[in-house]
Design a protein around this ligand. Structure first.
Ligand code: TYM
Length: 332
């Protein structure tokens, strides 16, 4: 069975973008792949987080993984810091990544270009840690939204170079897996920008734990255009296109079929249809989220997941340490 690995960094509450671009897909893959999904808590602190808020967001993220349908007996679920090998291989990866490669990462470049101050070394080198996250487990595929594809491509480059230097059996070279529909859900109040946890204006972003009625309201007040026609046209009608993608991703109905069914409707009527789909999705997830939080089982699930992950990760790290020449004890 091929292995698949992914993660989410809960620097805030998980969003509908995280769900459509990532989480929902993890759930659909878990029957056909050996699935590893962790919570990237080390990545969270590349930007300052209030400790108490972060703690809550981490726990909520685990509960939302489960509420979305990840099953611990099919998917290995754990917290990144419970497997120390991530940080250690991250350092080795940093020693095998060039500054020029990190300088080309658009996420960091964008923050720099916006003139954001206080950017940390951790944020700059975070693609090295992400490479370690993936390579530690010899993942064949990495399902991600479009914005993370560049980091998986860097991981491939680093793995290929490492294999060339130290031997082809070092790392499996992973492939990013980006779905056609929903790979980049846009902000509802500015469809030229990605919907994101760090959005300054809450109107543009739906959080999975938003009151479902409020989420429906956000869809109904989404920015569209003045063309007045339901079309899938990312360039000229990005707002309407975004709503079509959201509906298609959540219901599984084809984009063409949604467009054909709605072609004579006004924007208000179409928005009401999408709002109902989003409201129902959130209500279902939140009902399960509540059960999971009340069950008190999260710690146990994370401990079991970490145990499984450590078994793979420790073996791999030892192998890589021997390859680079920093381990001198006999192989156990
Ligand atoms: P993060 O937490 O920013 O995002 C988690 C996943 O959600 C996807 N995503 C979206 N997809 C569609 N539309 C959107 N608006 C949207 N917003 C976010 C992201 O593409 C991603 O798949 N560095 C990673 C976490 C990470 C990771 C890894 C991922 C750490 N180690 C190893 C894969 C493998 C991150 O910050 O994702």
């Amino acid at each position: 069975m091929k292995r698949m690995l992914s993660a989410i960094k809960p620097t805030g509450q998980l969003t509908l973008g995280n769900y459509i671009g990532a989480l929902k897909n993890f759930v659909s893959y878990q029957d056909d792949y050996e699935m590893i999904c962790f919570i990237a808590n080390l990545h969270c602190i590349t930007v300052y987080q209030k400790p108490e808020e972060l703690k809550k967001n981490l726990k909520d993220a685990v509960a939302l993984y489960l509420a979305a349908g990840l099953e611990p007996d099919k998917t290995t679920i754990f917290l990144q810091t419970d497997v120390l090998e991530h940080a250690q291989l991250g350092y080795i990866m940093a020693c095998n990544t060039y500054l020029g490669e990190l300088n080309r990462m658009t996420q960091f470049k964008d923050k720099q270009a916006k003139g954001e101050t206080g950017l940390t070394a951790g944020l700059y080198t975070y693609p090295c840690l992400m490479a370690a996250d993936i390579l530690l487990y010899d993942a064949d595929y990495v399902p991600v939204g479009e914005d993370q594809k560049q980091h998986v491509e860097l991981t491939r480059d680093v793995a290929i170079r490492f294999n060339h230097k130290y031997g082809d059996d070092s790392f499996v070279v992973p492939e990013p897996l980006v779905t056609k529909v929903g790979k980049r859900i846009m902000s509802l109040d500015d469809p030229s920008r990605k919907m994101s946890k760090s959005e300054h204006n809450d109107k543009g972003c739906i959080y999975l734990l938003d009151d479902p009625k409020l989420a429906a309201k956000k869809i109904k007040s989404a920015v569209t255009d003045s063309l007045g026609k339901i079309n899938y046209d990312p360039i000229n009608q990005p707002g309407i296109t975004n709503l079509i993608e959201i509906e298609s991703a959540l219901t599984g109905e084809d984009i063409d079929s949604i467009v054909a069914r709605n072609k004579d409707k006004g924007y208000g009527e179409f928005k009401t249809e999408v709002a109902e789909v989003v409201e129902k999705t959130l209500s279902d997830i939140q009902a399960r989220y509540k059960e999971i939080i009340d069950s008190g089982k999260i710690d146990e699930i994370l401990e079991e997941g970490a145990m499984k992950a450590r078994k793979i990760a420790s073996k791999k790290l030892k192998k890589i340490e021997r390859k680079v020449g920093i381990e001198i004890k006999k192989r156990k």
